[in-house]
Design a protein around this ligand. Structure first.
Ligand SMILES: [Fe+2]
Length: 338
């Protein structure tokens, strides 16, 4: 049946008749929509969650036997949020993943529009990331940036497997659609070096780069920062301002036994444990964490932390997105519900 004309629509005698005709012209009555379009406060679609580094290491060691970097662009484990229907994001806008490369491996160069960063968990000297042609050393506790469209590949010339956490704004890029990705021809994957193997000459990796925040520098800055152990982020410094266009990074130093102020924000937060042990309460769920673990505090989920010994957390957040568009709200202390 053909689409109704203007006059046929105008002659509709009942609402049901009108709805039937509207459907044929690709319109829907806003007053009869089955689900609301607006709601009074964030729905908290993504859920509190915790991932353990020790489990990821076990799985990555198995993956090290089963796949190599010539077969896989990256050997990583995606920390997908267990919210119903979700298969990718750790929170709405960001995804975290554990990654490992083995001694002698080269994860080939590529570039993409999603911004990325990584927190190094365990790596021996000789592990490096090439960013726009510069080799940057990867040392435990360092944070390394690969912004939108920067070329990057990873090499391991050490004697042990190297492990780190990746964070990307890929879920946001998927939502907004400006996704581009391409492999880049590089000397490691040229004819004289088979795919998956690093270059023959040792790299002269540096930490003197705008793309890296070393743990040594983080510790020095935290030592000089104004202590605020009972604030929502305890003693905090920012890495970059912001580190990436969509993503801000903070290092937080928790004092043993002093809980941070319960906090909620429209921004999404992912916490990664750089040092120490403790627990986080995210909207009534308590997670015991240790070095290398990850905790998701999705938008509007009240949360607080308490370390059992001095601890350092990396906070990865989409605050710059919320702030740019005027949607950033935060509250503390906020009453926790159990
Ligand atoms: Fe990448």
């Amino acid at each position: 049946m053909s689409s109704p004309s203007q006059s046929e629509l105008a002659r509709s005698g009942t609402l049901e008749e009108l709805y039937g005709k509207l459907d044929k012209v690709g319109m829907g009555p806003g007053w009869n929509k089955p689900t609301p379009s607006l709601w009074p406060a964030p729905r908290k679609t993504f859920v509190p969650a915790h991932w353990k580094y020790e489990l990821a290491r076990g799985a990555l060691d198995a993956a090290g036997r089963l796949i190599n970097t010539a077969l896989a662009e990256r050997r990583n484990l995606i920390l997908f949020n267990p919210a119903e229907g979700n298969t990718y994001g750790t929170v709405r806008t960001l995804v975290a993943a554990y990654q490992m490369i083995m001694p002698g491996e080269w994860a080939r160069v590529h570039r993409h529009t999603p911004n990325a960063l990584r927190l190094i968990l365990d790596a021996e000297p000789g592990t490096y990331t090439e960013v726009d042609g510069v080799d940057i050393a990867m040392q435990p506790g360092d944070v390394l940036l690969t912004p939108n469209w920067s070329t990057h590949g990873h090499g391991n010339r050490g004697k042990a497997c190297a492990y780190w956490l990746d964070f990307l704004d890929a879920p946001l890029v998927q939502l907004l659609e400006p996704m581009f990705f391409e492999a880049v021809e590089d000397e490691e994957t040229s004819a004289d070096a088979p795919a998956g193997e690093p270059r023959p000459a040792p790299p002269s990796a540096t930490t003197d780069s705008p793309f890296v925040f070393t743990l040594a520098d983080t510790l020095r800055r935290l030592g000089e920062a104004k202590p605020d152990p009972r604030g929502p982020f305890a003693t905090q410094i920012e890495l970059g301002h912001p580190a990436l266009a969509t993503t801000a990074l903070y290092m937080m130093k928790l004092d043993a036994g002093i809980p941070t102020a319960p906090y909620r924000t429209t921004a999404n937060n992912i916490y990664a444990v750089v040092r120490g042990e403790g627990a986080s309460d995210v909207d009534g769920q308590r997670f015991q964490w240790r070095r290398g673990d990850v905790v998701a505090a999705p938008a509007w989920r009240p949360h607080w932390h308490e370390a059992s010994g001095d601890a350092i957390l990396l906070r990865v957040t989409d605050e710059p997105v919320m702030q740019r568009f005027g949607w950033w709200r935060e509250e503390w202390p906020v009453a926790m519900t159990h």
